[in-house]
Design a protein around this ligand. Structure first.
Ligand code: ATP
Length: 285
């Protein structure tokens, strides 16, 4: 593949497309030692009735990395991330085969309850979906469900989660106001704070910025970069620039299977498969 390596201010511009891979966010495992897997799937398959939506998925996601899931509409990206915290089982016709290991435990084993799994594997959705409650109560919701009642402890969790979600300064004087009164970008960061409040290891994000304006998108992307110091992030995105900007690894899904999974730099600059190259350079999608 032909690359024009115009390396300016940590930026590489590809010849075949418009995607820019920025190095400022990228410090993948290769740069600073090997990280442990947080999720590993072994021949994972999923059907919605007769529709074989995920086919023989074998992927590994490491701790403290941002992993992007990309691919055209309907290729199974959302289904895959919703399988990782078993949310997909809310659909009655779903059937699965194969394994998903979370820290080496099969998430389908009886030993692990769905509640335990979802405490450790939080999710943020495409559209900000705060509860119709105060900002405080949104963030305190998970800890309260887990039995935390002491106001002092809840106060601390709420403040820490909002700080970690980079929204504390904007909302600290209006914690008792309804979260619906916030902008879309602020609501999304409150939703991220709500996910952080149960102290997860992994945060799944399904197109977390597609409903946001460019300024809010930048804030959430900066936040993702901060969060990966303490969490692992698996992010579905349609936005090639976003995947290139923020992720360490990228998996390209196509028609229910994984065509290619590799370091983001390789996927965008030197993919092995022609379909990956065509997709990341915008020739189809
Ligand atoms: N609740 C559901 N019931 C039945 N089939 C479903 C359901 N959700 C998804 N599917 C099917 O599973 C396949 C994968 O859909 P999925 O939403 O995971 O794709 P996607 O890559 O996330 O798409 P998009 O980028 O458009 O959000 C599609 O064929 C879709 O029709």
């Amino acid at each position: 593949m032909v690359n024009i390596m115009t390396k300016e201010k940590n930026t590489v511009t590809r010849a075949a497309g418009t995607t820019v891979v920025e190095d400022r966010f990228r410090d993948s495992a290769a740069d600073d030692g090997i990280r442990e897997p947080v999720f590993k799937t072994n021949n994972f398959n999923l059907w919605y009735g007769d529709n074989h939506a995920l086919q023989d998925i074998n992927l590994t996601f490491n701790q403290n990395e941002i992993s992007a899931i990309i691919g055209p509409s309907g290729c199974g990206k959302s289904t895959f991330v919703k399988a990782l915290n078993r949310m997909v089982e809310l659909v009655p016709v779903v059937r699965t085969e194969g394994e998903i290991l979370y820290l080496e435990n099969n998430i389908f084993d009886r030993k692990m309850t769905v509640e335990e799994l979802r405490t450790k594997v939080g999710m943020v959705f495409q559209k900000p979906n705060p509860f119709p409650k105060s900002i405080y109560d949104n963030v305190a919701y998970g800890p309260r469900v887990h039995g935390i009642r002491k106001k002092k402890v809840l106060d601390e969790v709420v403040e820490k989660s909002l700080r970690d979600a980079a929204i504390w300064e904007e909302v600290k004087d209006r914690l008792n106001e309804n979260a619906y009164g916030l902008s879309g970008g602020q609501q999304q960061r409150v939703c991220i704070a709500r996910a952080l409040a149960t102290e997860p290891d992994v945060i799944l994000m399904d197109e977390p910025t597609s409903a946001l304006d460019p300024v809010s998108t930048t804030k959430v992307e900066d936040l993702m970069h901060e969060l990966k110091k303490d969490y692992s992030l698996i992010v579905v995105t349609h936005n090639m620039q976003q995947a290139a900007r923020v992720s360490d690894t990228t998996s390209f899904f196509y028609q229910g299977y994984v065509v290619e999974h590799d370091d983001t730099k390789i996927i965008f600059e030197n993919p092995r498969d022609q379909r990956t190259e065509d997709y990341v350079s915008g020739r189809f999608g």
